[in-house]
Design a protein around this ligand. Structure first.
Ligand code: SF4
Length: 74
């Protein structure tokens, strides 16, 4: 999932409810995580919009504990 920074109002609700703490405010990113702001911005303009919540994808549990996932975003 990517969050459209032009639409997000920085309410932080998604940070609070994400079950795997995968969402962080760009203001809370460490220097080593700054790359994700630009990756998110680019993907938000590329990936299709999700307008319904159907629950987690079938592979969510497998991905939730996987490290170094950024290589799969390019
Ligand atoms: S829930 Fe998350 S993505 Fe939606 S407006 Fe709030 S901070 Fe932005």
């Amino acid at each position: 999932m990517a969050i459209d920074p032009e639409v997000c109002i920085n309410c932080s609700i998604c940070e609070m409810i994400c079950p795997v703490a995968a969402i962080k405010s760009e203001y809370d990113l460490k220097d080593s995580e700054q790359q994700f702001t630009e990756i998110n911005r680019r993907l938000a303009n590329t990936w299709p919009a999700v307008n319904v919540g159907d629950g987690p994808l079938p592979e969510a549990d497998a991905w939730s504990s996987r490290r170094n996932k950024v290589e799969f975003l390019e």
